[in-house]
Design a protein around this ligand. Structure first.
Ligand code: SF4
Length: 84
């Protein structure tokens, strides 16, 4: 995504099973490669992680208009997590 990812926008590299299509590849954004999961950020499961990331995106977005709601794919809750 050459212009970045807006708050609430699904990354084009996020696969239907919530894995990153660029994981382990040099073209993966440096921010993504440097991000380390933590209990504080991820919570206990994918639903909690999504809720916390949605709250962070809402709190840090520059545009005060309502953010779109991020929808998990059909694999949600099947061991997948939300990538940053
Ligand atoms: S880690 Fe997430 S945000 Fe970063 S490129 Fe992969 S799917 Fe996109």
């Amino acid at each position: 995504m050459p212009h970045g990812k807006k708050a609430g926008e699904r990354c084009v590299q996020l696969l239907p099973d919530l894995r990153c299509a660029l994981f382990g590849r040099p073209e993966r954004p440096a921010f993504c490669a440097s991000l380390r999961p933590s209990q504080e950020m991820c919570g206990a499961d994918a639903a909690e992680a999504t809720a916390r990331l949605d709250a962070l995106e809402l709190a840090t977005r520059p545009d005060p208009s309502p953010a779109p709601v991020f929808k998990l794919g059909p694999a949600a809750g099947q061991g997948g997590g939300r990538a940053p």
